[in-house]
Design a binder for this molecule. Structure first.
Ligand code: FUB
Length: 318
């Protein structure tokens, strides 16, 4: 009996009570975390901030993984700007998704044509090797708004790619995940859908919020969610809207994570369910030498309210 008691106590201490340390990777900066659950493992696709820079001059992306939300394995940097012949700078936020055994990693970068474009790399494994799937951008139209792709596949097999800074866009991806059909749609923004309209001074903005960037699109229990970076008092907060349809109309639901002065102007998040729990990923500038251009991925566990709304989540600093 004593032996079993010790085993249970040991398990509780090292699993039940164990908590991920924030940031989840301490050896490198890794902002804009995009979690993906695949076959019992959580993968976090992140960027790579360069200490000492004064802008988001990033050159590569990294992958981490875990099976217990505590111990993270660093899989290094399987793709960089060099992986895309059309990319020249600003290796910004990205997200990976699996379809039919292939992994599609949607990235954005400044292109040689001097705009922000969205590309896609493909692999047979969640950790690579990845290669540019089409040899050119998937979304490119001379705009600087084409950043922060987020992707999800609906129950009927239709995949949607959302993205955008300031404006929010989506397209319906084809089954091959590397092309799309139909026009790029600009999502209408209003107080009802996103809490406010950025830059529109004539708009009443009772929630002091608005869509800025960093969308995270997913479906859970028949509710479609769009989490995104909204504008807080001195930096970005994480806000969200919901819909009964993958293409809206969206209903503003409030802030998930306030602008908590995490030593970073931006915030950028992702949400997953894993082993019966729900997790919010975000980033902070709290690593030594960190800041707005030295950000690292963090995670908090949370519980959805019974009606599917998301409670306010506080960032923990360790
Ligand atoms: O990491 C570069 C940019 O900062 C991202 O694309 C934005 O979402 C913001 O986090």
């Amino acid at each position: 009996l004593k032996k079993y008691f010790s085993i249970i106590l040991f398990s509780l201490i090292f699993t039940g009570f164990a908590k991920s340390e924030n940031p989840i990777m301490q050896s490198h900066f890794g902002p804009d975390p995009a979690p993906m659950v695949y076959k019992g493992t959580v993968y976090a696709y992140v960027g790579d901030d360069i200490p000492g820079t004064d802008f988001y001059y990033m050159t590569k992306w990294r992958i981490l993984s875990t099976t217990d939300m505590v111990n993270w394995t660093d899989h290094g940097s399987p793709i960089s700007l060099e992986s895309f012949s059309w990319a020249r700078d600003r290796a910004w936020a990205a997200q990976c998704i699996e379809r039919n055994g292939k992994f599609y990693w949607y990235i954005c970068a400044q292109s040689t044509k001097n705009d922000m474009s969205i590309g896609v790399a493909v692999s047979d494994s969640p950790t690579g090797p990845f290669k540019d799937a089409i040899g050119k951008p998937l979304i490119a139209n001379g705009s600087w708004s084409n950043i922060d792709p987020t992707v999800a596949i609906d129950d009927d097999g239709q995949a949607y790619l959302y993205w955008g800074n300031g404006s929010l866009f989506y397209v319906k991806l084809n089954k091959d995940m590397i092309s799309y059909s139909g026009d790029i749609v600009t999502v209408p923004q209003s107080v009802e859908s996103f809490g406010g309209v950025r830059g529109n001074k004539s708009t009443d903005n009772p929630n002091k919020d608005s869509y800025v960037e960093g969308p995270w699109f997913y479906k859970r229990n028949d509710i479609y969610y769009l989490m995104y970076a909204g504008m807080g008092k001195g930096g970005e907060c994480l806000s969200y809207s919901t819909s009964k349809s993958p293409i809206g109309p969206w209903k503003y639901q409030g802030k998930i994570m306030e602008d908590q002065k995490l030593n970073s102007f931006t915030n950028h998040g992702g949400i997953i369910d894993y082993k019966g729990n729900s997790y919010l990923f975000y980033h902070s500038g709290l690593l030594p030498n960190g800041g707005s251009y030295g950000r690292a991925a963090c995670v908090e566990q949370f519980t959805y309210n019974p009606d599917g709304t998301i409670p306010s989540v506080k960032a923990t600093k360790e």
